[in-house]
Design a protein around this ligand. Structure first.
Ligand SMILES: [Zn+2]
Length: 710
């Protein structure tokens, strides 16, 4: 293809604008394609997952096109967030929604007529207002962006009738602008719906890969979910995260537990007053409560980029829901974790929720169809929880992307599983349920099979069963897992009443000798897993000093954010701060080389960050902050292999062995002095180990050698 002069100029301008306004040197996958298509005047339908950098795709052309771009967005909170982010970036933008007074709306109209904005965000309901329709005749619209375009599809879960008005609105305009639709929903039927209903003209469909490489997926089968969540939060005190629960009751009880443990958390669900919800959402966005416990009512329109983990306390109802919610982690591109805590009870809860889903104004035959689809989605979600294959690939295949090899960066790729054929045991379980005549629940069945010496079993007479003690050499937890699997595969079923007795289901398939019951057991415990992840954090490229600098810059960012009344990540995101801590820019030109630092941002905040960095370097002369970049002068002291510095064979070895980076390094006088002080100040050995990035054994033997302990 030969680019015309005009295209070339646009192209250059787009890249320039990317650097000047956003501080990036290059586009993310798919972005450039969308931007170029729009600038060439063609309609576009972009299918991009959350976190793929969707907004840049229309904001950038909006800047370069002659007139104004109208962005139709269903979410008021997102609108306000985006507009303040745009203003911070020096891009003139405004919004009109129900949160403004009539007088404020008139002012926005007036300013728009004067050409004060390049982007104007509106809610779809606005399109029906006469006043608005008169107003648009007086302005020059270059593009209409339809955000969350799947809301137009009656097949989708988020159908918004007001979206159907978009087409009428466009047709009334004197000049048809470019139409650009954006969605994260990839199914074929929704995609076609959008294209048809919006009447896109010869649209270019751009589908960016659904993979989010910085997200680490993990399924943890756990019956002690509270304990898991608490341990996780305690192990990651500096991290911001979301914990999704299936019900309001779950949210309330988990919230109470965490508050009781002294953890600063917020909560969010539809049962709370709207003031409380807004307040709590703010606390989370502004990092006052870095962790929030919520139902899936939370998150639509949350643009917080530094969410480091999303834990699902219960299995969600579909992979679409899961990927969208989990995808709120790591939008800044830094490593983040998506953990799903799975238990068989989740399937029961979800079936109940689906059966009681309100389906009003829908014809009966459609209701049937919707229910069938819901159940199918739930089954595929369950499949994700049970697979021993690569979790990332499972999700990608669900969205139609085939992968050749496992990702090597998810819980299943990392953790080895053993699949055990328990067909013979399964038959004994079924025999036991048969002998019990379907009168008893899990506890009695397990106790009987294990041959437990309990008065209750004698009383019930199960000690006389043929299957009494038939599996006495097994552990209770393994056997429970088997029974749970038999329940989920339908060989057995549990009644819904409060006794929850176990009965025989459809056992026909088991008569076929080719049918096997395979039960999957993880080879390591969930807590070993947590220990392993310390090597995978975004700040891993930083040395101990680098991390200290990162913390300093983070505090500075928080201070500025409080002053500006803006969320911290709007100032600079975590990735940018990590990069600053590694590159230690000391002046404007160095600072502009840091990804995410634009001219505008530099003018506003840059000097305070360079000052902080220079101050830090003065306080810590000669230190190295990054293991990848030798940004600062010579090593810590002569014996460079001993310094916490450049990547050495030792550091690499430590990482392989899952030991702290500093383990095995020789001690400096300064460190010895610090160690002694810390010891006399009453710090514990684990605390000191963390402080020095060394092993507990290393600290103990040093203290012994230096005299403080025997
Ligand atoms: Zn994987």
């Amino acid at each position: 293809m030969i680019l015309s002069g005009k295209d070339n100029r646009c192209h250059m301008n787009a890249r320039e604008a990317l650097k000047v306004y956003y501080g990036y040197d290059s586009f993310k996958l798919g972005q450039e394609d969308v931007v170029d298509t729009i600038l060439a005047g063609r309609d576009v339908l972009a299918i991009m997952p959350t976190g793929a950098g969707k907004s840049i795709c229309y904001q950038l052309p909006a800047l370069l096109l002659p007139g104004i771009t109208i962005v139709i967005s269903p979410l008021i909170s997102l609108m306000q967030d985006q507009v303040s982010a745009l203003r911070e970036a020096g891009i003139p933008a405004g919004y009109i929604n129900s949160s403004l007074t009539e007088a404020q709306i008139s002012t926005v109209y007036e300013r728009t007529r004067q050409g004060a904005y390049k982007l104007l965000y509106i809610a779809p309901e606005r399109l029906e207002s006469d006043e608005f329709n008169q107003f648009v005749d007086s302005i020059d619209i270059s593009m209409i962006t339809v955000d969350e375009a799947h809301c137009i599809s009656q097949w989708g879960q988020d159908f918004r009738p007001s979206y159907l008005k978009i087409v009428d609105f466009v047709e009334r305009l004197l000049n048809r602008p470019i139409i650009a639709g954006f969605t994260a929903t990839a199914t074929e039927e929704v995609r076609n719906d959008i294209s048809c209903v919006l009447k896109l003209r010869d649209p270019k469909t751009v589908v960016t890969g659904f993979d989010r490489e910085n997200l680490y997926f993990e399924v943890v089968e756990s019956r002690k979910k509270d304990e898991y969540v608490l341990t996780y939060i305690k192990a990651h005190p500096a991290d911001s995260g979301i914990i999704y629960c299936a019900t309001r009751k779950n949210v309330d009880s988990l919230y109470e537990m965490l508050i009781g443990e002294g953890i600063p958390v917020a909560k969010y669900h539809a049962g709370m007053s709207s003031e409380d919800r807004i307040e709590n959402q703010k606390d989370f966005i502004y990092d006052k409560s870095p962790v929030i416990v919520a139902t899936n009512a939370f998150g639509m329109g949350i643009d917080k980029s530094n969410v480091r983990f999303v834990i699902h306390y219960n299995m969600p109802q579909s992979i679409e829901n899961y990927y969208q919610e989990a995808g709120r982690a790591g939008r800044d591109g830094v490593q983040a974790r998506c953990i799903l805590l799975f238990s068989v009870q989740d399937i029961v809860i979800n079936k109940f929720l689906l059966e009681n889903k309100a389906l009003t104004d829908i014809p009966d035959e459609d209701i049937e169809l919707i229910r069938e689809r819901d159940i199918r989605r739930l089954q595929l979600m369950e499949g994700y929880c049970r697979t021993s294959g690569c979790l990332r690939n499972y999700i990608l295949e669900y969205f139609g992307e085939k992968k050749d090899s496992p990702c090597d960066h998810c819980g299943n790729c990392d953790g080895a599983f053993t699949e055990i054929d328990m067909t013979a045991e399964a038959k004994l379980v079924i025999n036991c349920v048969y002998e019990a005549g379907g009168r008893y629940g899990m506890k009695v069945v397990l106790g009987t099979l294990l041959g437990a010496n309990r008065a209750r079993l004698k009383e019930l007479g199960t000690t006389e069963y043929k299957t009494f003690g038939a599996l006495k050499d097994r552990s209770e937890s393994n056997l429970r897992k088997l029974v749970e699997q038999l329940l989920s595969e339908g060989y057995l079923y549990q009644t819904d009443d409060r006794y929850q007795v176990i009965r025989i289901g459809n056992i026909k398939p088991l008569r076929d000798p080719n049918t096997h019951v395979l039960v999957r057991f993880p080879q390591k415990t969930q807590y070993e897993h947590m220990a392993k992840e310390r090597n995978r954090r975004g700040t891993d490229t930083l040395t101990k000093f680098g991390y200290e600098l990162f913390e300093t810059l983070r505090n500075l960012r928080l201070e500025i954010a409080r002053g500006e009344g803006a969320p911290p990540y709007i100032i600079f995101n975590d990735k940018t701060l990590i990069s600053m801590s590694a590159k230690v820019p000391r002046d404007k030109s160095e600072m502009l080389n840091v990804p995410g630092v634009s001219e505008t941002k530099y003018e506003k905040f840059g000097a305070r960050f360079t000052q902080a960095i220079v101050q830090f370097l003065n306080d810590h002369p000669g230190v190295t902050t990054s293991i990848e970049e030798k940004a600062t002068e010579a090593g810590y002291h002569d014996n460079s292999s001993a310094a916490i510095g450049a990547p050495s064979a030792r550091v690499e070895y430590n990482r392989k062995m899952n030991r702290p980076d500093g383990a095995g390094a020789s001690w400096t006088e300064e460190e010895d002095r610090q160690l002694e002080k810390e010891y006399h100040a009453g710090m514990s050995i684990p605390e000191m180990a963390k402080m020095h990035d060394r092993t507990k054994g290393g600290i103990r033997s040093r203290l012994r050698k230096q005299g403080p302990i025997e």
